[in-house]
Design a protein around this ligand. Sequence first.
Ligand code: NDP
Length: 334
Amino acid sequence: TREWHLAARPHGEPTPEDFRLVEVPVPEPGEGQVVVRMVAMSVDPYMRGRMRSGPSYAPPWEVGAVMSGGAVGRVVASRAPDLPEGTLVLTDAAWREIAVLDAGAVRRLPSPTDVPPSWFLGVLGMPGLTAYAGLFRVAAFTPGDDVLVSGAAGAVGSLAGQFARLRGAGSVVGSAGSPEKVAWLTGELGFTTAFDYHSGVAEGVAAAAPDGVDVFFDNVGGAHLEAAIGALRVHGRAALCGSISGYNAVEPPPGPRNMSLMVGKRLTLRGFLVGDHTDLRAEFTDTVSGWLRSGDLVVRETEYQGIENAVPAFLDLMRGVNTGKMVVRLTSDP
Ligand code: NDP
């Protein structure tokens, strides 16, 4: 079976040479263990942080060792009574095709599911909960709020904007990296307006939300955060989810130049990690499953095929090739 190892720590943008695809034997499962064949694995922006040795919120990957990350897999052999062969599970053991895992290292998923298994890596998984917790708890969204979302055509952003719309936002403005993404946001996803930030972030925000916004959901940081501080109204709130515009930076990027506006406008800018909000998972799953059943929520994935394309998928994610959640399909599981 094959797995990806970290070959080197990148300086700036990662390259294919920073990774190595390695052939390894599959060990025999011990008592209480299962053999999991991965159906789909996730590539996520936070993995860029795991490639560096310095402190990040997830521990660094070791050079020369297998990487890890979210995946949905099928138990193909079991020595754990609670996880019989055929069980669909969520694990953190991907960047590999097959893994032998302790029963405690997997979470059982509803099986058979009425949604594609990969959705547990997106809309019904970590990115979905991130959008839900960030919008409703961290930014304290209330119906009628005007909302601005950066990174709006990605996994988290496309959900945060739709959640706001479905809960009665006054308006939802999205920023994204191409005309096609902008058209998708204002078309299928029902955003009020959207703009391509390559034509100017400050200009885009000013034109799309001339009267300001109440809530900012930030996936991008940098110029987007500065423009949003300018656009937030009195008592405005921002959920700081990520700052992907700086993830490949070699020097710390400059901070927003307009922080002094926070005082007069009494702004709240609050960073958060999804892992601190797992108490919302049941409520989140209920709500989002309802929106999926009613057809109110649009889900899109960009799917790459095969373990050999996991690194291209990750590199392309960081460059914005994806619309919606980027996933890598490893087996053609039903
Ligand atoms: P996305 O699906 O949004 O993929 C990343 C996107 O970032 C790309 O599609 C690209 O879209 C955009 N991007 C890349 N470079 C830039 C840039 N320089 N400026 C603006 N946009 C850029 O990923 P996720 O939805 O998984 O993650 C979105 C954000 O949420 C990330 O910052 C991530 O770190 C964060 N996150 C935080 C969590 C938490 O607990 N706080 C949990 C999960 C995610 P485009 O074409 O628009 O440029």
